[in-house]
Design a binder for this molecule. Structure first.
Ligand code: ZN
Ligand code: ZN
Length: 466
């Protein structure tokens, strides 16, 4: 039996050389430099051209599709195994200790943009494929190693590929973590509009909380005019004391300004955050606001506060394999002239649909005069754990790492795996390695990269010789 780790080690020098060359290309999408020839700006296309030239010299059949996506191909057969990686990277951002586009190895770690997302893992996987080809392994299927150049924003390249090439149904993407991600929840936002309008005595002049639909809002601020200023100030101070938030009240020319600070978190799991907006609404709900202002406040306080599982709507739902339906309320705004808007972002498992979610929410909002519009939806994606694409990959991972307890995982969403019916994400972040993707000083331990190459060798070998 082949010692795949030894085989991977034999490729280390060439691999690091080719990887370094690719990491030096600043393949950040740049719309300000976009042309007809380079619709994503020149950087991503340069990385694509460099990779395809490499692959051609290595003996692969290659194709460049419109400078946004391409592939290296090996093997023959009716079935195609697709491997989906990407060559674009996030902008460097601030805070680097080294040049993000001049990779260096320090203490066994490779530093540089793309070391872990996704040039490092992608090239480890490419080298695994190349090794099997060079060893003369008889492939019983076609393998296409497809590289996108816009994974970090709109998936322009990969969408183009699926438009013009036969869609692969089987494959994996080395652009996440080990072991296998075989499920991703669906995602949809309901956008709620609240009419304007206030009472005479209590006036909600403005309310703002949250910047992005997929984050729990950390801050909220409201400006109100009230007939009983002192009472409200005292009650607010007490409210801050009684709850896991901080905040302050200030008298301004426009009225009383109430600030609340909670805790931000990813919208995938709102329970890890403290939604400043729904706390502030809960405080305001005791006062006699009227019309649209009242609907806005009351809806947030009564139905969205401390409830990311839709219990207040009688809508809690759990799928036995994909887990719970979750909802994050990431954007909450109101102003006197325009009324309010609220974004409810759902991550939903199979067994429930966006239309059902809309119906559930409308039962409540219809009574409050709030209208609901459904945003674009992504369906949930799930590949059965008994499917060979999951089993073979899991076995290769377990065999190379000895991690006997490893299980395939379901995540909140976002990998190329969902593009294929039998598509999963597979590596290359090891469970014990910190995730530095998208951050300053992005790195990946060189030993992890070599081990991941061994895992990919074993996995691809078993998939093309089964
Ligand atoms: Zn990525
Ligand atoms: Zn990324």
């Amino acid at each position: 039996m082949t010692d795949w780790l030894m085989a991977a080690k034999s490729q280390k020098k060439d691999y690091l050389e080719d990887l370094t060359a690719l990491m030096k290309i600043k393949s950040v999408r740049d719309d300000s430099a976009a042309t007809d020839k380079y619709p994503l700006g020149p950087g991503p296309s340069q990385a694509l051209a460099a990779f395809l030239e490499m692959a051609e010299q290595d003996g692969f059949r290659t194709k460049n599709i419109d400078n946004v996506v391409g592939y290296a191909e090996w093997g023959e057969g009716d079935e195609t195994l697709a491997i989906l990686a990407h060559l674009d990277v996030m902008p460097a951002g601030k805070g680097w200790n080294t040049d993000p586009f001049d990779p260096v190895i320090k203490n066994g770690n490779l530093y540089g943009r793309g070391a872990s997302d996704d040039k490092g893992p992608g090239m480890a996987c490419y080298y695994a494929l190349k090794y099997l080809k060079d060893q003369g392994v008889a492939f019983n299927k076609r393998v296409r190693f497809i590289v996108g150049t816009d994974e970090e924003s709109n998936w322009t390249g990969m969408h183009r590929y699926f438009e013009v090439e036969p869609a692969p149904t089987l494959g994996f993407s080395p652009d996440a973590e080990f072991p296998v991600i075989n499920g991703e929840k669906g995602q949809v936002s309901l956008k709620l509009s609240v009419p304007a309008g206030n009472g005479d005595q209590y006036v909600l002049q403005s309310f703002h909380s949250g910047l992005r639909f997929n984050m729990v809002p950390r801050e909220a601020v409201a400006i109100i005019t009230v007939p009983n200023k002192e009472q409200v100030e005292t009650a607010f101070t007490q409210f801050i004391d009684d709850n896991p938030i901080s905040g302050q009240v200030t008298e301004t020319a426009a009225g009383l300004q109430l600030n609340v600070i909670g805790k931000a978190a990813h919208g995938m799991e709102p329970e890890q955050g403290i939604n400043a907006g729904t706390y502030l609404a809960t405080f305001l709900d005791q006062y006699d606001f009227a019309a649209g202002a009242k609907s806005f406040i009351h809806f947030l306080a009564k139905y969205l506060h401390l409830d990311s599982r839709m219990k207040g709507f009688d809508g809690a739902y759990t799928d036995p394999v994909m887990g719970e339906l979750t909802m994050n309320c990431g954007i909450l705004n109101f102003d006197q002239e325009n009324g309010g808007n609220i974004d409810m972002n759902f991550r939903f498992p199979k067994g429930i649909t966006p239309d059902e979610l809309e119906t559930m929410v409308k039962k409540v909002t219809d009574q409050l005069g709030i209208s609901v519009k459904q945003g674009p939806a992504q369906a949930p994606h799930y590949v059965d754990p008994t499917d060979p694409i999951v089993k073979v990959l899991m076995d290769a991972y377990i065999h190379q790492t000895g991690d006997q307890d490893a299980q395939p995982e379901v995540v909140g969403g976002g990998t190329y795996g969902r593009l294929m019916k039998r598509g999963v994400a597979f590596g290359a972040l090891m469970p014990q390695t910190p995730n530095t993707m998208h951050q300053a000083n992005e790195y990946q331990p060189v030993d992890d990269l070599i081990k991941s190459m061994a895992i990919y060798m074993e996995a691809i070998n078993n998939l093309v010789t089964d």
